[in-house]
Design a protein around this ligand. Structure first.
Ligand code: NDP
Length: 399
């Protein structure tokens, strides 16, 4: 890396879990990286605290209702950062001229437009926002190509596969991708009727935002990752397997034609894949704890249980049904998870809402980002109705 010019970094979703891990890695390399733009949704205080620490040129709050508060808190903190808000603000942060690198770490389909904007602007795009590629795979890849961007996955599984594929001379050399899944907090559990949001968000290995934590508990996270892997690496459903690996040490694997299997390993800490993508092709310090093989009791692997965790099967189905179905899957999942976190829906009804929404809609593949947004809105409306039908009376008082 050229140490004389620190590369500008824009972080979309800076106040979240991936945002915090990214800022931690960046802070270890002040000669290589400088923060130029930061965004949040409504967490003004968190965003201003980050601005005080990192002094970006631009701070964006996604919800325009909070722009006034952002301006006044920046002024009070005596920070010369410019404030902006709404989708136009997020797009500005994504295209920001001073940023060579954009970290797409907004949660959900809300990250779609800025992620595509960063790709079109030719940035090095570090993708955590898996919902964006699930909803708009072909459009995002087109934007990367047309914009001359570089796409590097942050999701630990895809980051692992990126590393394992580094020496592969052709796709034909690869027999299959093997995504590992921790199994989440309910791996051995049979009865989901009393599951609370707190229990679902208590992931055994990873510290993550609430939405992805629930997705891990339902295994929808793995389902979204199968779709993400299919787009990122260009493999069909039958070449992407999932194995449950509760220790989260092997982050994923690639099996080659000759029978060799390459695995990428490490402690479960998102700073490792983030450092890989920030420094690529160099390797830089991440701050993560080193793997101590002598302290590992065992590495175990088992098949995922699609009966107890139907969300993974629903994602396989959506991948096979086409891009429109993936948008429906994602939108209905976002709605169901939000309702569950707000105690309006039981945990075990999450797959039911998604399945009913997938059954109700069969949109054709989107030709444009506008199509994606229209399908997303339609699916959310159907999911809202399904949630209304599912919510058992007295759910909140049971918890
Ligand atoms: P968090 O919930 O911790 O953070 C989400 C970030 O996005 C926050 O900065 C939040 O702002 C912002 N945000 C939320 N909604 C909107 C919106 N409508 N418009 C603009 N900004 C918004 O999530 P994570 O960091 O855990 O996850 C981020 C993404 O990365 C997800 O797609 C997730 O699947 C993926 N990912 C996460 C991993 C992890 O370890 N956490 C691992 C692999 C992938 P505010 O704080 O104001 O709400």
């Amino acid at each position: 890396m050229d140490e004389t010019v620190p590369r500008g970094v824009s972080i979309l979703g800076a106040t979240g879990s991936i945002g915090a891990s990214t800022l931690d890695v960046i802070a270890r390399h002040p000669d290589h990286f400088r923060v130029v733009a930061l965004t949040a949704h409504r967490n003004v205080t968190g965003l201003v605290a980050l601005c005080v620490q990192h002094r970006p040129q631009l701070a964006v709050i996604g919800d325009p209702a909070y722009e006034g508060q952002l301006r006044s808190e920046l002024r009070e903190a005596n920070v010369p950062t410019r404030a902006h808000s709404g989708v136009t603000g997020l797009l500005e942060a994504a295209r920001c001229e001073g940023a060579a690198i954009v970290v797409a770490a907004i949660v959900g389909a809300a990250g779609l437009l800025p992620t595509i904007a960063a790709a079109r602007a030719g940035k090095r795009l570090l993708l955590a926002n898996k919902e964006a590629i699930v909803c708009a795979g072909v459009l995002l890849l087109d934007a990367v190509r047309v914009g001359g961007a570089t796409l590097l996955p942050l999701d630990s599984e895809h980051n692992a596969i990126h590393q394992c594929l580094a020496g592969a001379r052709s796709r034909n050399a690869v027999r299959r991708l093997i995504l590992t899944a921790s199994g989440g907090p309910f791996r051995g559990r049979e009865d989901f009727s009393t599951v609370t949001p707190e229990q679902a968000c208590a992931h055994p290995n990873w510290q993550m935002g609430r939405k992805i934590s629930v997705d891990s508990a339902t295994l929808m996270n793995k389902g979204l990752e199968v779709i993400e892997a299919s787009w990122l690496f260009g493999f069909a459903r039958n070449q992407i397997d999932v194995v449950v690996h509760p220790q989260s040490v092997v982050h994923s694997m690639v099996e080659f034609e000759d029978g060799s299997v390459l695995a990428q390993m490490g402690t479960p800490d998102m700073r490792t894949p983030i450092a890989y993508a920030l420094g690529h092709p160099e390797r830089i310090e991440s701050g993560s704890e080193r793997l101590n093989f002598l302290r590992l009791a065992a590495l175990t692997f088992e098949a995922p249980d699609l009966t107890r965790f139907p969300c993974l099967g629903l994602a396989y189905h959506a991948l096979e049904a086409g891009c429109g179905a993936s948008i429906v899957l994602n939108a209905s999942n976002e709605m169901a998870v939000e309702a569950f976190l707000e105690r309006r829906l039981a945990f075990m009804d999450i797959p039911r809402v998604i399945s009913q929404t997938l059954d109700a809609l069969a949109p054709s593949g989107p030709q444009s980002v506008e199509d994606v947004l229209a399908i997303d809105a339609m699916a959310r409306a159907h999911a809202r109705e399904a949630i209304g039908r599912s919510a058992p009376a007295g759910l909140a008082s049971e918890r």
